[in-house]
Design a protein around this ligand. Structure first.
Ligand code: GTP
Ligand code: MG
Length: 138
């Protein structure tokens, strides 16, 4: 059984969409096996998104992620990484399929409501960035 890291981003926590987004995960068969609401510092956001540090939007992305609380969570299920990305929809909400989280809730390509790990190696790294083993209860 696979696990992936999910983040409900500031644009969504600010609009009180945590429950609606969690319902989408659960309807898709993903189980929330760890979850906490935290305020990222610029430093933590920068570290988390380090892979994007050469991209032109890196500064804006880090400021956004540190602007309001986020909800970080571990989702578990068969093929959880791919399934989560399916439920999230395309990065740009204008290109996201009907019924996806980003289609319904994202405001823009930057303020796109959710993050999800993109591969098994990044999922493992991102989960341990936020959670200890004891905090994950499958
Ligand atoms: P994540 O699950 O958040 O990693 O999204 P993704 O895998 O669909 O997209 P990607 O990893 O390519 O980009 C990471 C994040 O950077 C996106 O989710 C956006 O929040 C942000 N981002 C990507 N492209 C742009 C852009 O052109 N402008 C801005 N402002 N932000 C962007
Ligand atoms: Mg990504």
């Amino acid at each position: 059984i696979e696990r992936t890291l999910s983040i409900i981003k500031p644009d969504a926590t600010k609009r009180n969409l945590t429950g609606k987004i969690n319902a989408k995960f659960e309807e898709a068969g993903l189980r929330i096996v760890a979850q906490k609401r935290i305020q990222l510092t610029m430093d933590q956001a920068g570290k988390f998104y380090e892979v994007h540090k050469e991209r032109p939007f890196y500064g804006e992305l880090c400021e956004f992620m540190a602007s309001e609380p986020v909800v970080v969570q571990v989702l578990e299920g068969e093929g959880a990484i791919a399934k989560n990305r399916e439920v999230m929809g395309a990065t740009n909400p204008a290109e996201a399929d009907e019924g996806t989280i980003r289609k319904e809730y994202a405001l823009s390509v930057g303020e796109n409501s959710v993050h999800g790990s993109d591969a098994p190696e990044t999922a493992a790294e991102e989960i341990s960035f936020f959670f200890s083993g004891l905090e994950i209860v499958g």
